[in-house]
Design a protein around this ligand. Structure first.
Ligand code: HEM
Length: 401
């Protein structure tokens, strides 16, 4: 399908996929100024940490953008925005009820049980690509299969199915704007949704110990969860579940370009803070759209009822008011610097459900690579990397050792 890709930021990326310089300029001169989104519609662009944190967490800013008059970030057919049953598109009681069914599976305690399994998956992937010999593609032979396999085990479905779903999601999240391509995108979206329903039906017949079986059990035992809600929850988990691959690859460019950063991961202390710093520098969720349901005073000014606000997570995570030398990646930052946490996983009621899992995947990936392959390095000049627009992560990343 002939599709276009838009990053979730209206401005072109800075050098090596980094934040656009205009965001910093806006932080100084125009912290809540208007911006034209790729859809052609306008929104207030929140760029300072304090404003972004409030927009994401204040319930007077709604994520329920299902009104036909609601602002759209993207032009044409937008799969995520059109799926109104998805968790990310809901507010209030319905959102809380649906979220409660999946919270436990992704809690810190539950994810800790997954630690040995995630390390085992990482180890197996390294063993496979070492057997093949250098160079390998970090995206296709490590980051993507890692997230697909973890997700498959967690949901209780075959890894090949997850890989197929990942490829499909990539196409869906690209945007079709022409009349013919929009029609095809709608068809593709329907096919994708059917595929997810089919997966639920398959698990129904052959239950596993994964999250899908658990949701089916809840559906059958209580009147609180409908079949279509189960399918929407699974769809949301599948689409969002691929995100760590993007951040892993973005972070790999930084970590593998600097031997000190890479060596850091072969140690045993400070790993958790180091992962937090990678998340701050490389969040792939660049911004999030909300609408004010009433006039709201933010630290930098007032947003009027009905106005759309684009909260720039990328700008907030690089706000020099909060993080000193924000463009450098300092793996021990937590100990030296800010008491404010990065906003890579959002804040408030929509805070990312996959935060603990993603943290574990990133930690397992870099610490196992650094210990087993201390000479791993980029096999491409960072200036020649082709950056995908959607998550601003490399499309391919050749590495050698
Ligand atoms: C490093 C990788 C990831 C990043 C940077 C990330 C980022 C985010 C952000 C910023 C939000 C909030 C969006 C908003 O408020 O508008 C979010 C929501 C969400 N994320 Fe993630 N995510 C990641 C991985 C995952 C994974 C692995 C899962 C798998 C379960 C996941 C599931 C979700 C869900 C279900 C929501 C919606 C929660 C709700 O609306 O209540 N994410 N994510």
């Amino acid at each position: 399908m002939d599709t276009e890709e838009f990053a979730a930021c209206p401005f072109p990326a800075g050098p090596r996929g980094g934040p656009p310089a205009v965001l910093e300029q806006r932080q100084q001169d125009d912290p809540l100024g208007w911006v034209r989104m790729p859809s052609g519609e306008v929104a207030r662009l929140a760029v300072r940490y304090s404003d972004v944190a409030q927009v994401l967490s204040d319930s007077r800013f709604s994520r329920e953008l299902n009104d036909s008059a609601a602002p759209r970030f993207l032009p044409g057919f937008d799969f995520m925005a059109s799926n109104l049953g998805l968790l990310i598109n809901l507010d209030g009681k319905r959102h809380q009820r649906l979220r409660s069914f999946v919270t436990k599976a992704y809690s810190r305690v539950q994810v800790e049980h997954w630690r040995p399994r995630v390390y085992r998956i990482v180890d197996d992937l390294i063993t496979d690509f070492v057997a093949q010999g250098p160079p390998i593609d970090f995206v296709g032979q490590f980051a993507n299969p890692l997230t697909s396999t973890v997700m498959a085990e967690l949901l209780g479905i075959p890894p090949e199915t997850c890989a197929q779903l990942r490829d499909g999601a990539g196409v869906l999240c690209s945007i079709a704007t022409g009349k013919a391509t929009m029609e095809r995108a709608r068809e593709q979206s329907a096919t994708y949704t059917e595929l997810v329903t089919e997966i639920v039906r398959t698990v129904e017949k052959a239950p596993s110990d994964g999250l899908i079986s658990e949701l089916i059990r809840i559906r059958d035992e209580s009147a609180d969860l409908s079949d279509s809600e189960v399918c929407d929850l699974v769809l949301m988990m599948i689409i969002a579940g691929h995100t760590p691959a993007g951040i892993l690859t973005r972070a790999a460019v930084t970590v593998l370009s600097d031997p000190d950063l890479y060596r850091f991961f072969s140690g045993t202390s400070g790993l958790s803070s180091a992962v937090e710093e990678l998340l701050r520098c490389h969040s792939v969720a660049l911004s999030s759209l909300r609408v004010a349901t009433e006039d709201v005073a933010l630290p930098s000014g007032t947003i009027r009822k009905g106005e759309a606000v684009l909260a720039s997570i990328e700008a907030a995570n690089h706000d020099a008011r909060v993080f000193s030398t924000p463009l450098s990646c300092r793996l021990s930052r937590d100990e030296e610097d800010s008491t404010e946490r990065h906003l890579a996983f959002g804040r408030g009621s929509h805070f990312c459900l996959g935060s603990h899992l993603s943290h574990l995947e990133i930690e397992a990936a870099f610490s196992s690579l650094a210990r087993r392959l201390p000479t791993l390095r980029l096999d491409v000049d960072p200036d020649d990397i082709k950056w995908g627009a959607l998550m601003r992560s490399p499309v391919k990343l050749p590495v050698s050792w």
